[in-house]
Design a protein around this ligand. Structure first.
Ligand code: MEV
Length: 313
């Protein structure tokens, strides 16, 4: 039997815009999802048969990457699903890592590449941001030119994404989960429709790209005030492209009095906000009081990990 685990991610700047040729910054968080896998007489996930609806990522990975026989898979997760925190990406990375270990050895950049293929094929439009952050850990920059601390690159159609680690001091975020699902492909399609129809949407996406560039400088300099202001601006732009909701806005307003800044993280339309704060307990209490589910999350150095175990699951 073997175990593979991967972290949650939060997008600090640039979600949606990263699909249109702009950079993005994501951070691995200290919430993890893990799977235990062993060979078996029939394939199962958490004791049930694999289904197209509930296990799309696992099914695609097994059908297209795994070359062996049936597997018993058990999952455990601290990451709420459809919360905007990358639970699907963490699952993709963990299943790919398990397959790699069974085939010989775990290779991190290849795990990021294959996990992106799984997400891309299951979701349709996707960038490698979530899967790369989960595979590699730490903060990452996804950009359209190769820069320092380069990890790997991938092309799809006319897009080429380059993934890099960013050196930054560890920061504390408070996540406020609305409890409503964020369905990535629906939000991505919604923004795509707006982008096709409106020059204003194109300008808004361009401005998100500028925020990421300023955000990178602020992150490297440990400038929390600057980061907070940029998070607030990025949130306003995400509102313009239509992925904010009354629940997300309520949690942002609950977090703001004790934070440097806050914003939607991930695809939006549900899911979570993140707040950058030095008073995480107070911010978490304010979010809870307004009906959200708070998590105090720290930057995590750890990306995907996989190892052989002995015994039963
Ligand atoms: C979702 O976490 C981030 C999006 O930009 C989609 C993607 O990059 O694949 C909305």
């Amino acid at each position: 039997m073997l175990e593979a685990s991967s972290p949650a991610k939060a997008i600090l700047f640039g979600e949606h815009a990263v699909i249109y040729g702009k950079p993005a910054i994501a951070i691995a968080l200290d919430l993890r999802m893990s799977i235990r896998v062993r060979e078996s007489s029939s394939t199962s996930v958490d004791g049930g048969y694999i289904t197209m609806n509930r296990h799309r990522y696992v099914r695609w990975a097994l059908e297209n990457i795994w070359k062996g026989g049936p597997l018993e898979i058990k999952t455990r997760s601290d990451i709420p699903s459809a919360s905007g925190l990358g639970s699907s990406a963490a699952l993709c990375c963990s299943i790919v890592a398990a397959i790699q270990i069974m085939g010989g050895s775990f290779q991190r950049a290849e795990c990021a590449r294959q996990a992106f293929e799984v997400e891309y094929n299951v979701q349709g439009k996707a960038s490698p941001t979530d899967t790369s952050c989960s595979a590699h850990g730490r903060p990452i920059l996804v950009s359209f030119k190769e820069e320092e601390n380069h990890l790997w690159s991938v092309s799809k159609g006319d897009r080429c994404w380059h993934v890099h680690h960013i050196d930054s001091e560890p920061l504390t975020l408070v996540v406020g989960f609305t409890g409503r699902p964020s369905v990535t492909h629906l939000q991505v399609e919604k923004v795509a429709g707006f982008y096709r129809r409106s020059g204003f949407a194109v300008e808004t996406i361009d401005e998100m790209g500028d925020i990421v560039i300023d955000g990178l400088k602020a992150l490297k300099a440990g400038d929390r005030v600057g980061l907070g202001e940029l998070m607030n601006r990025n949130h306003s732009l995400l509102t313009i492209v239509g992925v904010n909701t009354p629940e997300l806005q309520k949690l942002k307003e609950a977090a703001d009095p004790t934070s440097y800044g806050s914003k939607i993280t991930g695809a939006g339309g549900g899911g979570s906000i993140i707040a950058l704060t030095d008073r995480p307990e107070k911010t978490a209490a304010n979010i809870e009081r307004r009906g959200g589910r708070p998590f105090i999350a720290r930057f995590s150095e750890r990306g995907t990990e996989a190892r052989w175990l002995g015994g039963d699951p």
